[in-house]
Design a protein. Structure first.
Length: 129
């Protein structure tokens, strides 16, 4: 959405070094500052416990306080379980971190997981062949 920067989303690489240097792109002040000092939140993978998917818009809680939100969620057929992505405070973005999502008045336990959710299955040939 319009409140999320490429740095928060883990997409800082889309701003080329040449553009970073001259700083003539939309959102340059914010993006340059986040590239230099880091962002306040980060996009993470999430795995709900159980079989119930948690959808976009659910609030993420830690210790009873709001620490982020889910941006997308559903059933991951290649994983065989529900998966989600969301934005959380940087201090809580480590894999294994337990969080609680509140959706439709119910609480769902979930954990931060590394992305991608499944390993790549392509083979890269050795260089120089």
């Amino acid at each position: 959405d319009t409140t999320t920067s490429p740095v928060e989303a883990g997409l800082g690489f889309v701003v080329s070094p040449a553009r970073r240097h001259c700083g003539d792109f939309p959102g340059a002040a914010r993006i340059s500052a986040e590239l230099a000092t880091g962002s306040a939140r980060r996009r993470v993978g999430l795995r709900p416990e159980g079989r119930q998917p948690v959808r976009a818009g659910a609030q993420l809680l830690f210790g009873g306080r709001s620490v982020g939100h889910i941006s997308s969620g559903g059933f991951g057929s290649s994983v065989g379980a529900p998966i989600a992505m969301g934005y959380v405070e940087v201090s809580l973005a480590t894999p294994g971190q337990p969080l609680t999502a509140v959706a439709h008045g119910r609480e769902h336990l979930l954990r931060v997981v590394a992305m991608p959710f499944t390993p790549h299955r392509y083979h890269r040939p050795p260089t120089g062949v």
